[in-house]
Unconditional design. Sequence first.
Length: 672
Amino acid sequence: MSNYSQDSVSAEALKAAGDSAQAEDVSVLEAAANAADRRLAATKSSLVERMIYGPQPDIEELCSGGKNMKSSVTEEAQEILHEAMECLNKGEAFGTDGKITTELRNSVAKKGAYGFTVPTEYGGKGKRYSEFACLTEEFASQGLGALSVEISGQLTIGSSALLGYGTSFQKSQYLPSISSGQLIAFALTEVGVGVNAKRVQAYVEADEENKCWRLYAEGERNKLYITSATHGGLMAIVARKGKSSKELALFIVELPEEDIDAEFSFSCKSSNVSAFQQNINSRISFRHFPIPYEQEIQGNGVEVLFYCLRMGRCMLAAQAAGFQRMMASDAAHYAQKREGVGGKVIKHELPRLGLVKILGGALTAQALSHLSLAQDQDRVDLAGLRDVTKSASAHYLLESLIACERVMGGRSLDKGSRISDIRATAHAFGIVEGEDDLIRLGMVRDLTKRFTTDYMSGLLNVLQKTNLDKDGNSLPADKRILRLNVAAFMAYPLRSINIVLSLVMKPDFWKLAGWVVENGLERVKAGVTKMIPTYFCSRYRKIPKMFRNHIRYAERELKRCRWDYFKISLVYQLELTRAQIPLQRLGQKIETLMCIATLCGHASQLDKSNQRVALAQIEILRSKLDGGNASARRIDALRKAVSLVVEDVMRGESSLIKKVEPQHYAHPWSDE
């Protein structure tokens, strides 16, 4: 479980490297993340960490997402989807401004969509998040992605904050309203500091006379890009308790029905952002705004955010799966109708590869979403997996958008195309709930902090001390030793010799040496067992034959990632706090390998059509890992896998899209 505090390693290393400001930011964020982890009370350590450092998880654990998804399709969800589709088919889902209509909201609210996962005691349906993931994926696949985004925010970062941290009064006061369809937003992002939670500038001051807080969020303190923030709605807002205070708090605010400019002021206007065009997305301003004391949620605002993000990222992946299924349906229909050079577009191998990329991206996002949800239900720490789920799903969504554009050409750019409706949102998915590359950096830190704390801290502590003067202050930048290497010995021979002597005198050094020997022997053993055919490995008997070599490969390569991080740590040492490129690349490698392993487990529970998509996607991912060195055998395997998937598409037997009605064309072929 991720309850290790790395303040003594990462934050102290940043201080020793002379970056006190970042050290403070990291320390605050780590404390909030650790507090959220403690509240979640996971009983088993991270799946991804075990895949890398051991002990090896049972193969059934990798299959749990697919099993969980198959049991998560509910009648209640089907009724909600039916209501939404009726509204869409009657042309009542989106207004003349392109945004979700009151008619659509009311039609699904009366069926319980906005309280789908809220406990029944508060007026909700009390369903599991895995059941909601199936519903939100279907929304997105049928052209109702905006509704998917809105309700997902409602049930993850909205109601979850109250369920996890709210008082009995707050829950009974607000959850029934949320369940009935009153919108709730979460306000962190600000004009001046973006999403840097440590630097939030909005603040409250106590008004003892009126028994309330007074909220100030003006100018650069405005809350910006706040989805579902609207007049008459609810909002959870992160603010400091005092203008210069370091304490961040969270408050539930009842937004006025209209703008106000009197004793206190409030304004709500559009963020004017191109993404989420069909959703409400607002810029909110407050001055001297009253918030009753009882509306303070008892939890650090950043801690609550971390607590809620785990489900938010799972739902983002489900939405990404739905969006890609929609793209695949439209692109497949177009490719089978459109005459290109030498025949129909779908006749040619590159458009076929594009279709398979879209379908493969959809299945990957679905698999990651449901594996994460199954792990959460089993109270497994989601460190690493929640990150891969978000970053990989957002990444493949954007790749699928490009592939769709290549297949459909100008038709995908038409203003009437539903591909155009989601284009900016697909880009935004790589930014919302954490920018993908930064998420990968954080993932590597989370997955390796146990190893760093147990084995690398001795080396780092010695280096940290040598960069401090006798008063404990950091040495000037030109006097610091960030890496103990030949250059350091040449520049500072005596200090470098003292560092070496200090290291060999510390038990931590020999503990690390023992780890190297133990894991080196394990690697030799792995090299020998690699020669044993997979057929004789009982571990993989429950996995379909087509996936056995691939899942074995992914497991083997994930174990090697422990050595990748060890080598990076030895090379960069204290400079690792700034060396984002090697850590980001390691994060990408871990992400890709986890996608392969997850696809194998997920597809093993599904039908042959989905298994063929999974196999093709795995071949694409392995080709990426091979880079320009992909063998002719690997390329031939990819070509064969692509052909099998497209045959399913042409026969109307592709499970991912056979129930997704395509948008025939954005406009008629003729000029009439």
